[in-house]
Write a protein that binds this ligand. Sequence first.
Ligand code: CAA
Length: 258
Amino acid sequence: MTYETILTERTDDGVGIVRLNRPKQLNALNATVMRELTDALLEFDKDDAIRCLLITGDDRAFAAGADIKEMAAASAVDMFTRDTISLWDRVTKLTKPLIGVVSGWCLGGGMELAMACDMLVASESAKFGQPEVTIGVIPGAGGTQRLTRAVGKALAMEMILNNRTLTAAEAANFGLVNRIYPVESYFAEALKLAQDIAKRAPLAVRLAKEAINKAFETGLSEGIDYERRAFYFLFASEDQKEGMTAFVEKRDPQWKGK
Ligand code: CAA
């Protein structure tokens, strides 16, 4: 498949990579990017040989937000009927782990995309913000909800109401970012993390991701009940037998994803 605004790549060891490719526009998210990005991620998600997904931009920008030029003249009805933001819902329903790899600007819809990822690896130059009020709107792709859950009400208010940005180190301190590396090595380090995750038991990884996400969507006892059922369910898998037998036999497991 060839795309106009993204590049895709796959490694032999199970990592699917999607790279936003509008460097001159700081990877601003227009309707084509949103559609292509979602299509590419869903393709990788369906592919049994892919076990972990990476989404990235370039060193200067992960993404500087929704494409302001594309939406500047739109009416409310245009925005409502195009409804490109609803594509994000499909990104949050991916079954495989999705790692956002962020360098430079990560703003507005770009920050919302990053927060829709399961983990984030950042370069030291990453800068996170929700600047929508500076152009007369508010975050529209989950920012008011995900940022508030991630950093708490006070800081979310300051960031969204007054365009306070976070450095990579601040984002890591608030738990938004897993790891920070120098610009020269952040992508290679993120790839190593993805390659490690790709070696784990695929069904277990999938159910673990689902169970963690339940922590945001349900009450504690419902989440714990879900987790326990998923745990028991895995005893119906070949991978559980293989994983535990391999431990006892002191060898590496060979996963089948079954
Ligand atoms: N949309 C469209 N084009 C954008 C863009 C965006 N979000 N961000 C940057 N660009 C373009 C610029 O227009 C410029 O293009 P030209 O060379 O053709 O003029 C090019 O990218 C480079 O940008 P700058 O010259 O502005 O670069 P800079 O280094 O001086 O500034 C910046 C960088 C601070 C990120 C600045 O570009 C900026 O403020 N961008 C807009 C950020 C923003 O407001 N994002 C939120 C968008 S709304 C949103 O995302 C809604 C939502 O929740 C879904």
